[in-house]
Design a protein around this ligand. Structure first.
Ligand code: GUN
Ligand code: ZN
Length: 659
């Protein structure tokens, strides 16, 4: 029903399958008002729409037409279509004259692709008692709807809405209970008031506490979120669907949407974008028009901007630079920046979903970038690495540092005396933004070279670097810091010898490949993989390491783009022998063993268990339940995702071990 095609942080590009065709997500569903719609949204690029089944149900004429010809005919859209249940009317009018099961029956009868049960949208900031009482009813109705669907062979897909007001524990409880139901989609409800109040920090709490407790194999819909300035942030949290009545509602109020916020027509001297409407008319033209014509044109602009932003977001996920887009968008308003900063509190969760390698470089766009998954992951990995007794810190050069630093800095002096340094017993790192400490042996590994930051540092990043040094000083007997660094920072460390002004980095390819292996696969992997007579072949053109053999057998290739090791079968065997279950392993069931050995990719449903530390993009060992090595491959998803999906590729197999 749903498949993931590309990932970035918690965001995914996916495909949602419905009776009326497939939709690529993230997607925006324009709200169609049955009977009142004037814009052909399909013509403007909408691939899925939403309409309100209760409005149809309440209108005799619409109801008869929908029952006779189907809802697609009624609203003149023949693609995937979702209907809402009337919950919103319930929340506004307090009471409606239709039961939960009647709403389900009616939606199925009019042929909707995705229907919704009758949840209670509990407003933010209500009393706990109110939120709990409402939630009881919402949960009861969701359970009833799912059971009803099963009992009556209802075909339409079913939404089960997460509620719980602004109580994060109630959102969590609701998501956990709904997860047990196996609903087809999980919308997150009652967030419209938060959006209208610009409470984006609370929105992030609500969404994250919902999503982290929902299964990964089901699309999530942020209900009623129709302003394009928040789409990128919400997609980064894992939202797949949005719906927008905003494009019309704002137009009726003479307001134009933009990813930078909202413009009032009365204040416009320039049209805000380059859509068809903005290219053809001036603000004066629009102001001179009669209301009906003007509303239609502004709605067209609003829709164009909103759908365009969704396309930009999907491209960013594919390119791996969604967070750069999020950081850009969240600078449009201080409240959005609060949302982004709040998201930083969930970094470890995002890190778990974030691919280990990307096509794009990491761009530091401001202090919020320090919270990003890549930095968190690097510092965490660095803490786990083996430490020598001395840490030598060098200033940044051009990247890759290890290529440009060597020889240039001469020898190492302390208090004017040349220091007899045991370089064998030293870790040499470059101090730089945004990754803090970069060991020279792994500096070519993604994203330690594939990044850029402004030369003029902000206070937060200076503090980040100081914190890094103070923390890592604890792990070494002594730290030697190059003079040119000392002048820039304020260290409170007695063990530092600030006079040290010259450093020499002696390149050692064996040490380098072993360190990369440890960084990539865990401590000890380097010794295990490269344990005999090592031969390193380099590219004639770039001088970069390409192939690594041990005792005449090719063990690994180093990928030029990100310097990660791609194991050969021989390398896989060595890593398998040297490590124990579950490290680096994905366990597949008996049925799939022959296919895996044959080099066929592994589908989610065949995975029995896996190392929870595997991230999307990691090179992995594929084994059976006896830990026999069947193949080597690359993970496409993390363990949570693979566990929740029962279809779709989990591991791209590189080489199988035939029996
Ligand atoms: N539209 C906007 N918010 C909501 C909600 O919480 N529930 C339903 N069913 N529809 C909505
Ligand atoms: Zn426009």
């Amino acid at each position: 029903m749903f498949e993931i095609k590309a990932k970035d942080n918690r965001a995914r590009v996916g495909v949602l399958k419905t009776k009326h065709g497939n939709v690529t997500t993230p997607a925006l569903m324009p709200v169609i008002h049955p009977g009142r719609q004037t814009i052909d949204v399909a013509k403007h690029g909408a691939t899925i729409v939403i309409t309100n089944s209760y409005i149809i149900y309440k209108d005799k004429e619409l109801k008869e037409k929908a029952l006779a010809d189907g809802v697609h005919k009624l609203i003149n859209f023949d693609g995937p279509l979702m209907t809402d249940s009337g919950s919103f009317q319930l929340s506004v009018y307090g009471d409606i004259d239709i039961s939960n099961t009647e709403v389900i029956d009616f939606q199925e009868a009019i042929g909707t692709d995705i229907g919704t049960s009758l949840d209670i949208p509990t407003a933010p900031y209500v009393t706990r008692q109110k939120a709990e009482e409402d939630l009881e009813i919402t949960l009861e109705r969701s359970k009833e709807a799912v059971q009803y669907k099963k009992d009556h062979n209802i075909e339409m897909l079913l939404n089960s809405v997460v509620q719980g007001s602004t109580f994060t524990d109630l959102r969590e409880k609701c998501a956990k209970e709904l997860r047990q139901l196996d609903a087809d989609l999980y919308p997150i409800g009652a967030i419209v008031p938060l959006m209208e109040m610009y409470k984006y920090s609370d929105l992030v709490d609500v969404v994250m506490h919902s999503i982290t407790n929902l299964p990964d194999n089901v699309p999530r819909h942020l209900m009623g979120a129709g302003h394009p300035m928040i789409f990128a942030l919400c997609v980064a949290m894992g939202c797949d669907l949005f719906d927008s009545a905003a494009y019309v509602l704002y137009a009726e109020d003479d307001r134009l949407l933009s990813t930078r916020g909202t413009y009032k027509l009365e204040n416009l001297t320039e049209m805000p974008c380059s859509c068809e409407v903005c290219s053809k008319y001036t603000p004066d033209d629009l102001r001179a028009m009669d209301k009906k014509e003007r509303v239609k044109l502004i709605a067209q602009h609003n829709l164009a901007v909103s759908l365009g932003e969704i396309r930009t977001i999907r491209q960013a996920i594919n390119d791996g630079d969604l967070m750069e887009l999020v950081e850009e968008r969240c600078r449009a308003h201080p409240a959005l920046l609060d949302g982004l900063r709040k998201l930083g509190e969930y970094s470890d969760d995002l890190e778990y979903y974030n691919p280990s390698t990307k096509n794009s470089a990491f761009f530091y766009t401001g202090p919020e970038s320090l919270q990003r998954a890549e930095i968190r992951r690097h510092i965490k990995k660095l803490r786990e690495m083996d430490k020598k007794s001395t840490l030598i810190l060098a200033p940044p050069t051009r990247k890759p540092y290890s290529k440009n630093i060597s020889g240039k800095l001469g020898r190492f002096y302390v208090y004017g005396e040349e220091l007899e340094l045991d370089l064998e017993d030293s870790d040499m790192m470059v101090l730089d933004l945004p990754f803090g400490l970069i060991p020279l042996d792994i500096d070519e590994v993604y994203p330690l070279s594939q990044n850029d930051a402004p030369k003029i540092k902000d206070a937060d990043s200076v503090e980040f670097i100081e914190d890094c040094i103070e923390e890592f000083a604890e792990y070494y007997n002594q730290i030697l810091i190059h003079q040119s660094i000392v002048n820039h920072y304020d260290f409170d460390l007695e063990r530092i010898h600030p006079q040290s002004d010259e450093i020499r980095y002696i390149k050692d390819d064996i040490r380098k490949i072993k360190t990369i292996a440890d960084y990539q696969f865990g401590i000890g992997s380097g010794d295990a993989l490269f344990d005999g007579k090592v031969k390193i072949e380099k590219s004639k053109k770039t001088g970069k390491i390409r192939h690594i053999s041990v005792d005449g057998n090719l063990v690994a290739n180093m990928r030029a783009s990100d310097a990660f090791l791609v194991l050969t079968k021989e390398g896989g065997k060595k890593l398998h022998q040297a490590t124990t279950y579950p490290h680096n392993r994905v366990v597949v069931n008996q049925d799939s063993e022959p296919f895996t050995r044959d080099g066929k990719s592994v589908f989610c449903q065949f995975v029995v268990e896996m190392d929870e530390n595997i991230r999307p993009g990691d090179e992995v060992l594929i084994v059976n339940e006896n830990d026999d090595l069947l193949a080597i491959g690359k993970a496409l998803l993390n363990s949570c995702e693979i566990e929740s999906f029962n279809n779709g590729q989990a591991i791209k197999t590189r080489k199988g071990f035939k029996k």
